[in-house]
Ligand binder design. Structure first.
Ligand code: ADP
Length: 592
């Protein structure tokens, strides 16, 4: 996310839009030609005016005037028609390119490993998906076309001026040339500020998003003023950058207003003398000034168009930064199908894992077998890697050594779709979306019927409360399920895990974040969910441990003991110590 104003790398970012632009190029070329045609009409008008002034007006003879005025009307209609055509032609490609870029970004974000999302702030991603892409749409639909057309119009206009009178052409050229040099210098300064402001806007969006999502925690802990201060600080930084941008633009505008006016003044001076000496006609001077005036917008806008191009290049770089992040968890080249008769054995075979960039390994050789239909509880001190281990089974991240096998097949040899049908997960914090109960439950299993959803809800002890919701399965639950109680959300997450009838369930303790009363309901649900399915359950509660057939103790990156709860309790001092801390914690939560 560095500020790199080098034009080379920035243009390369824009050039990479080629595959998106190419299929729609004819719209853009057509639109460019339409605007060029409209500009040509505009430039022809002063020539007709000159013909009228030097002909009918100078000779006091109105013969032929009708034709000339008729021609002006035709030019006016053609100009208006071409401007209409440009707008019609350009809307399709600019909106379609924006939509395609956004769809591909979204798809990429969905495919990126969890590690990517750990590292990137969501506000940064949001601002890239929304405001940066709107900047690109404006660029493709407007700035890119006008950069070319305005440059051509300036060349055509100066050509017309030279044809009218070399002095008039020279004056306009001498005023336009420094304008382009100066505006390019301003543009470079502007690009640095523009990049900074886009990054700062992303940081600000992150703060807003975090404070909206975390509003309960912020209020409960009285952290509102702190976050407001952080917001204020970031908003001030953004304002400072925006002010600096305005200053640069103001300087640029001063130059681009002054120079053309100076040119018109000089044209008047030279022209009046020419007329006095009889070397120039009144028609030529009027046409010259009209053409020079007509060229003002194309010349004025060059600086602004360069700024737009810069902003678009910045937006484009920011876009590719995300798109270039590698998708490390992918489908294998030669996928292996799961054995049809497998009944869901989960085997961890010397599993090692280190977080990217971290110094040491979190897991350093985990061996564990969860037999078909069996529930194994995974316990271990905080930070021992339990959550990390559960992420390796559905390939939210890949092992850095060893293997994870489902029914004897390495999970990396399975198609991701097959793997995620075979393995279902639920996390400590249930994540629900603002959609209907049905959509939330069926999330990972497209194609399930209402009957399947009902069975899943029944297993997860959620059918009764869902039926009591105002529209049953169709009830939309609020963002993050905030309108439901913690236990209800957790039971919906469990229903989601079982609805696709997975072979293996991987759960991060669904009971851990609940109060004592709700825990009993969810515990009942969990008992049903675990019946007859292979399950690895991270246990933060002794009540979860008691639901398991066997318990595995994770410590120092390895499984140090496996056995039934009572065996371990009797024969393993570490286990006894750990379990007592779980229960202490529970009592603290219960009495809080
Ligand atoms: P547990 O679930 O047993 O409490 P975790 O699997 O959450 O443990 O974490 C294991 C270790 O990995 C901890 O030391 C933690 O700091 C580290 N860790 C967890 N997530 C990340 C991450 N995204 N990047 C780097 N280290 C991480």
């Amino acid at each position: 996310m560095s500020e790199d104003p080098r034009p080379g790398s920035r243009l390369a970012a824009l050039r990479r839009l080629g595959p998106y632009v190419r299929p729609l190029r004819w719209y853009l070329i057509g639109s460019g030609l339409a605007v060029l045609g409209s500009m040509a009409c505009g430039l022809t008008m002063p020539l007709v005016v000159k013909a009228i002034l030097d002909g009918p007006v100078a000779h006091r003879d109105t013969g032929g005037l009708g034709w000339m005025i008729g021609f002006i009307v035709v030019l006016g209609i053609a100009e208006a028609g071409l401007i209409w055509l440009r707008r019609r032609l350009v809307s399709e490609p600019s909106t379609r390119i924006e939509a395609n870029l956004r769809a591909d970004l979204y798809h990429h974000l969905q495919s990126l490993p969890v590690a990517f999302h750990d590292q990137w702030q969501s506000g940064q991603l949001l601002s890239r998906a929304v405001s940066d892409l709107s900047t690109l749409r404006r660029f493709i639909g407007f700035a890119a076309i006008f950069m070319v057309v305005n440059a051509l119009t300036i060349v055509m206009g100066i050509g017309v001026l030279f044809a009218l009178d070399p002095w008039l052409g020279l004056i306009t050229l001498l005023c336009a040339a420094p304008l382009i040099v100066i505006s390019t210098r301003y543009e470079l300064r502007f690009s640095v500020l523009s990049r900074r402001s886009q990054d700062q806007a992303g940081d600000l969006a992150t703060t807003v998003e975090e404070s909206v999502l975390g509003i309960r925690v912020l209020k409960a802990f009285g952290r509102g003023p702190d976050i407001a201060r952080r917001f204020g600080q970031q908003a001030r930084e953004l304002r400072t950058t925006e002010l600096a941008k305005y200053k640069v633009i103001a300087g640029l505008i001063g130059v681009i207003i002054f120079l053309p006016e100076l040119g018109i003044g000089l044209q008047l001076l030279v022209g009046t003398q020419g007329i006095a000496q009889g070397t120039m006609s009144i028609g030529t001077l009027v046409a010259g000034i009209t053409v020079a005036t007509y060229l003002r917008w194309p010349t004025d806008s060059i600086g602004w168009l360069l700024a737009e191009t810069n902003q678009a290049a910045t937006a484009c770089e920011r876009y590719w930064e995300v798109r270039d992040s590698p998708i490390t968890v992918t489908d294998p080249a030669d996928p292996v199908p799961l054995p049809a008769d497998g009944d869901g054995e989960l085997r961890l075979d010397g599993v090692r894992f280190a977080y990217p960039g971290a110094a040491g390994e979190v897991l350093s050789g985990v061996d564990l077998v969860v037999r078909p239909g069996e529930t194994v509880a995974l316990v271990g001190p905080t930070g021992s890697g339990k959550t990390t281990l559960t992420a390796l089974v559905p390939r939210l991240a890949d092992v850095t050594g060893g293997r994870v096998l489902v029914d004897g097949v390495d999970v990396r040899d399975l198609r991701l779709g097959d793997l995620r049908t075979a393995v279902a997960t639920a996390f400590e914090e249930p994540v629900l979306f603002s959609a209907s109960v049905r959509e939330n439950v069926a999330l990972g299993s497209p194609g399930v019927t209402d009957a399947d959803v009902r069975v899943a809800l029944r297993i997860a002890q959620a059918e009764e409360f869902v039926d009591r919701l105002p529209w049953g399965l169709d009830t939309r639950i609020g963002e993050e399920g905030l309108s439901l109680s913690g236990g209800q959300r957790q039971r919906l997450a469990l229903a989601r895990a079982v609805v696709g009838r997975p072979r293996v369930l991987v759960l991060d303790d669904p009971l851990s974040a609940l109060d004592v009363h709700t825990e009993a309901e969810v515990e009942r649900a969990l008992r049903e969910v675990l019946r007859g399915v292979t399950a690895l359950v991270v246990a933060h509660r002794s009540s979860t441990v008691r639901l398991a057939d066997r318990v595995a103790l994770l410590d120092g990156g390895r499984i140090t003991a496996v056995g039934t709860h009572s065996d371990l309790l009797a024969g393993n001092a570490d286990y006894r110590a750990l379990l007592s801390t779980l229960d202490d914690e529970r009592e603290r939560v219960g009495s809080a």
